[in-house]
Design a protein around this ligand. Structure first.
Ligand SMILES: NC(=O)c1ccc[n+]([C@@H]2O[C@H](COP(=O)([O-])OP(=O)(O)OC[C@H]3O[C@@H](n4cnc5c(N)ncnc54)[C@H](O)[C@@H]3O)[C@@H](O)[C@H]2O)c1
Length: 425
């Protein structure tokens, strides 16, 4: 049963708050960069009076981001960016302990998810923190009149940026949007090491299978795919990569992976992971060719990478074997295909998402991107923007400091060498 309240929230159960609070504090220990930003925000209040909507996976790390934004003086409302990724205890603690209006329940229907998006827009925000671009897209489709009061938005993930760029090309994006995902201190670490580890974590928590010796097919060799392939190999799996981009495919070959089309990979894989940001990467044709008992899952942003409606038509009604584990038996050949987490991000549905120390850098980017939008208010053109490189370097520097690692600095002689064209051999 969910709880609603006129003051505004929709969470599973407020009694879960103490557990959420403990886990949020545990994550905070691994988020030193965000802590430094929070201290600075508490002193300077750069977001004073700002009404902000955050659409994000409601996890312990997101809770620490929201606490940082509050410390900066913002009034934040939080909604889930995915129906299955909410941690109900975290949602409860944010409502009870921090007074944040949270609209997020693990397992909410798509209709409820969209109601929450609309409720968030009703709060008349001036900044949107988005993850997948559903809030911005809904604003443009249904609440266009709100666009004038928006200072800007920030976007967490690759898929959301692809959508924002499409809006910009169509001349539809009326305000600046910061592509947080494209900061180096975001995708180098979050997408690669975060998704790499947490995707395997989600698979193992859901199934408890041994990865060693299995043939794991990774669809997509972008930042996330590289991470999943690298970590799966580290666990002793035989990794096959599928790609549509010849450069990424050559990279996968040179990294030592077998590369082949999905039509062929479908016949050899034991476990399939999609991380492409594209639709129907595993389709009817592929399901029909798979071996008996294979496991299929997705770690890309939306649940459309596996064509599950085709699978439903090909199979008897699924049988739930364990939480997040459903088995489909194909009518044509009797083979069984196991789907994890209904094709939604397996790392956030069946596990806890990325470890906090990775989200520390991603959310440092989010916090500084919001501050940047406020500082540059009125000066940024409508469209997709990168955060300035100094911000990336500052975050990496703070992370190194927190890790107790120092690095070299350029000597004046080296600086001159690197900036002049006159010195050669
Ligand atoms: N699970 C998570 O926590 C998490 C974290 C970050 C990003 N993401 C999501 O994961 C997805 C991938 O993100 P990324 O940063 O790796 O993107 P990316 O653009 O770096 O990589 C995607 C790769 O998929 C390839 N691709 C596209 N269509 C394909 C197809 N039909 N078959 C095989 N390969 C195909 C592309 O060529 C590209 O190399 C996005 O949806 C992103 O939003 C998820």
């Amino acid at each position: 049963m969910s709880v609603t309240h006129p003051a505004g929230y929709d969470v599973r159960d407020l009694a879960l708050a103490p557990e959420g609070r403990r886990r949020i504090d545990w994550a905070a220990r691994e988020m030193p960069v965000l802590r430094l930003i929070r201290e600075k925000f508490a002193e300077e209040k750069p977001l004073r009076g700002l009404r902000l909507v955050a659409c994000a996976h409601v996890t312990t790390e997101t809770a620490n981001l929201v606490r940082t934004l509050q410390a900066g003086g913002a009034e934040a409302l939080l909604i889930a960016s995915n129906p299955l990724s909410t941690q109900d205890d975290v949602a409860a603690s944010l409502v009870s302990d921090c007074g944040v209006p949270v609209y997020a329940i693990k397992g909410e229907t798509t209709a409820t998810y969209m109601t929450h998006v609309r409720t968030a827009l009703d709060s008349q925000p001036s900044i949107i923190i988005d993850d997948g671009s559903d809030v911005v897209a809904t604003l443009l489709k249904e609440r266009r009149e709100l666009a004038d009061q928006i200072i800007g938005s920030t976007e967490e993930t690759t898929t959301g940026i692809v959508r924002l760029q499409a809006m910009e090309r169509a001349g539809m994006l009326p305000f600046p949007s910061i592509a947080v995902n494209d900061a180096q201190t975001k995708h180098f670490f979050d997408n690669r090491y975060g998704t790499g580890q947490s995707t395997l974590d989600g698979i193992v928590r859901a199934t408890n299978i041994l990865l060693a010796g299995r043939t794991i097919v990774v669809a997509g060799y972008g930042w996330c795919g590289k991470g999943v392939a690298m970590r799966a190999r580290g666990m002793g799996a035989n990794v096959v990569v599928t790609e549509i981009n010849p450069i990424k495919a050559v990279e996968a070959v040179m990294d030592g992976f077998r590369v082949m089309p999905m039509a062929e990979a479908a016949t050899v894989g034991d476990l399939f992971v999609t991380v492409t940001g594209n639709r129907h990467v595993i389709d009817q044709f592929h399901f029909a060719r798979m071996k008996d008992g294979v496991i299929v899952c997705n770690s890309g942003h939306f649940d459309l990478e596996l064509n599950l409606s085709a699978l439903r038509e090909m199979a008897a009604p699924p049988v739930q074997l364990r939480p997040f584990v459903e088995e489909y038996q194909l009518r044509a050949n009797g083979r069984r295909i196991i789907v994890l987490a209904e094709g939604r991000l397996v790392n956030l549905s069946a596990a806890e998402g990325h470890p906090a120390s990775v989200m520390d850098m991603s959310f440092a980017n989010q916090a500084l991107a919001v501050e940047y939008l406020v500082k540059e208010r009125g000066r940024l053109r409508p469209g997709v923007h990168l955060l300035p490189e100094e911000v990336d370097r500052e975050i990496a520097g703070l992370k190194l400091r927190a890790l107790g690692i120092t690095i070299d600095t350029l000597t004046p002689e080296q600086h001159e060498y690197l900036t002049s064209w006159e010195t050669g051999t």
